[in-house]
Every structure is written in structure tokens, then in C-alpha cells.
Design a protein around this ligand. Structure first.
Ligand code: AN0
Ligand code: CP
Length: 314
């Protein structure tokens, strides 16, 4: 593995899950592997889990980590090529990436979409520029369209909690007050359609994800119908792909206990952060059904599996 930006960077998905579970069992089995290596983590946006779990994963492998909040602490970075840089942006991504490649053996980058221009966001300019100009392996810490470390941790979690070989997994749209990226949902859909699960997506009309990530998924528009017999309900808000960036006003789509009655005692998943009683009701988050903390715990081992693979290939 050179870079990790989507499920397509993983050759054997089942083997990859087994590697993460082995690291969970023995987190310090490779504590010297990264001893002479440096990980750079670059955040254009906020983070709690990704920042700390990836740092912990690197520490478990003996790596040194440097973290930078780009928008607060660094120079503002110009992304476009060939522009006259006489505005507010002092540094070009070509130099910034190349310099970071001198200091770091592996780079992680988080950069959300602006949700203004779909074509621009879906071209993934920022992560691609870091891959092109840094000269080192790059890990997506959530790009404009995908969040592969989250989806990998989600698949590990499903494999731990499943009661049947091929569980029924439903991704459900849920309400939110802000325009959120499609990245977590695109990515979850992409991983689930590659995994051995029975996968469907339910959303209000107009909130269908881009079909480049949903091929093979069953599509529903009615939560009750979609949830019938589900083993896992993965809850997430996303803004519209079709009417790009539009926030949906459908408060009835919040997940409460009544929504789960016809599931197969479904486990409820969310990547976090979650707004209580907007996206998921307290009664669900505080019940045995919710496995959101397990998902967050597995973020360490999804990151550690990826970093280990990269260190072995340096
Ligand atoms: C972000 C999102 O939906 O992409 C990050 C989730 C990991 N969520 C929010 O901005 C609330
Ligand atoms: N789930 C997740 O990526 O959380 P953070 O945004 O806090 O990193």
C-alpha cells in the first residue's frame, strides 16, 4: 500500500479486517517498527477522534507524530495552479506539500469539501496535490468525498458484532442543522458494497448519494421498509449531492426506539460527533443498541493497520 484514500487501496478486505483485529489483540507487537519514522498530521478542519486515534496508532508503532492545524497555525495555502498570489494566501500547496515531505515519512491530511461547487469538491484537488507534491505516502483523514479510516473501523466493528455470516446493514439519512459532507456516507457505502454484507441505503428523495459509491446497494425512501430485519442501522446526515449542499428539513427522520422495533435487534452505529435528539435520540444512544463508542475505539486499529502497512513498504 502506497497511499490510503479509499477502499480501492486495499487488496484483501477480509485479510485487512483480520490484521486490525490482531493489532487490537496485541497493540504493541510492532512497537519498534516506526521508531525512526515521523508521521505528519495536517488538519484543515476540526477533529477529536481522527486526530487522537491516529496519533495513538502511531505511538503504538513507535512513531513520532507532528500535528498541524493548518487554518489556525500555518500560512493560508493556495490550491490553484498558475494564479498570481497577491491575495491573502501566502504559500502554495506545491511548496507546502514538498516541504512536509522532507520532514515526514508519512502524511495524513483532513480536508472537508466547501459544498459550494460539486465538480471542484469531487475532483479531490487537495489530497491529490499532497500525493503529487509531497513524495511520501498519504493517508486520508477525511477528504472532500471519502473517510476511509472511519469506514474501515466501521467494518471491523460490524465483524465483531455480527450474529450471522452476511448481516443486513442499512445506512440511514438523519436530520442535521448544518450542511455536512457526503464523505462518511459515500465511504461507508463504498466499503459495504465491497464487503460480505446485505447492504441498503434509505434517504428522502433528492438525498441520493453519487452512484459512483453506491453501486450494488439497495435504495429505499421509507425508513420503516428499509429497517425491517436489519442487523445494523448506520445513522448519518449528509447534505444533498443532487441539489449540492442543500440541508434537508425532515426532523421525523431522527432515530428513536420506535424506529427500531421491526429490526433484528439492530445495533445502531454513527461515526460521531453526533447531535443528540437531532440525529439520534438519547434513549437510543444510551441503550445497549448503540455501539458508537466501539466504533470510535476501533479507529485506533484501523489507523494502526494502515500505518503498519505503509511503514513496511517504505
Ligand atoms: C463531519 C462530517 O459529517 O463529515 C465529520 C464526521 C467525522 N461531521 C460534522 O461536521 C458534524
Ligand atoms: N469520526 C470522526 O472522524 O471524528 P472526528 O471528526 O472527531 O475526527
Amino acid at each position: 500500500m502506497r497511499h490510503f484514500t479509499s477502499v480501492n487501496d486495499v487488496k484483501d478486505l477480509d485479510g485487512f479486517v483480520q490484521k486490525a483485529l490482531a493489532l487490537k489483540e496485541s497493540p504493541f507487537a510492532h512497537k519498534h517498527l516506526g521508531e525512526t519514522r515521523t508521521l505528519g498530521l495536517l488538519f484543515f478542519n476540526s477533529s477529536l477522534r481522527t486526530r487522537m486515534s491516529t496519533q495513538k496508532a502511531a505511538a503504538n508503532l513507535g512513531m513520532n507524530t507532528m500535528v498541524m492545524n493548518v487554518t489556525q497555525d500555518s500560512w493560508q495555502i493556495e490550491i490553484e495552479d498558475g494564479v498570481v498570489m497577491d491575495g491573502g494566501k501566502a504559500e502554495h500547496i506545491r511548496e507546502a506539500a514538498a516541504v512536509l515531505g522532507q520532514y515526514c515519512d508519512i502524511l495524513g491530511v483532513r480536508s472537508f469539501p466547501a459544498l459550494q461547487d460539486r465538480k471542484a469538491d469531487y475532483s479531490e484537488k487537495i489530497i491529490k496535490a499532497f500525493i503529487k507534491h509531497s513524495g511520501v505516502p498519504v493517508v486520508s483523514l477525511e477528504s472532500a468525498t471519502l473517510h476511509p479510516l472511519q469506514s474501515f473501523a466501521d467494518l471491523v466493528t460490524i465483524s465483531e458484532f455480527k450474529k450471522t455470516p452476511k448481516p443486513k446493514v442499512v445506512l440511514s439519512w438523519a436530520p442535521h442543522i448544518n450542511a455536512l459532507p457526503q464523505a462518511v456516507s459515500n465511504s461507508f457505502s463504498q466499503w459495504m458494497t465491497h464487503a460480505d454484507v446485505d447492504f441498503s441505503i434509505v434517504q428522502p428523495k433528492g438525498f441520493e448519494l453519487s452512484d459512483q459509491f453506491t453501486k450494488g446497494a439497495k435504495i429505499y425512501y421509507d425508513q420503516e421498509e428499509a429497517f425491517e430485519g436489519a442487523d445494523f442501522v448506520y445513522v448519518k446526515n449528509w447534505s444533498s449531492y443532487k441539489n449540492y449542499g442543500e440541508v434537508g428539513n425532515y426532523p421525523k427522520w431522527m432515530i428513536d426506539q420506535s424506529k427500531l422495533v421491526n429490526t433484528n435487534q439492530a445495533k445502531v452505529m454513527h461515526c460521531l460527533p453526533v447531535r443528540r435528539n437531532v440525529v439520534i435520540a438519547d434513549e437510543v444512544l444510551d441503550s445497549e443498541s448503540a455501539i458508537v463508542i466501539h466504533q470510535a475505539a476501533n479507529r485506533v486499529f484501523s489507523a494502526q493497520t494502515v500505518l503498519k502497512e505503509m511503514l513496511e513498504n517504505l
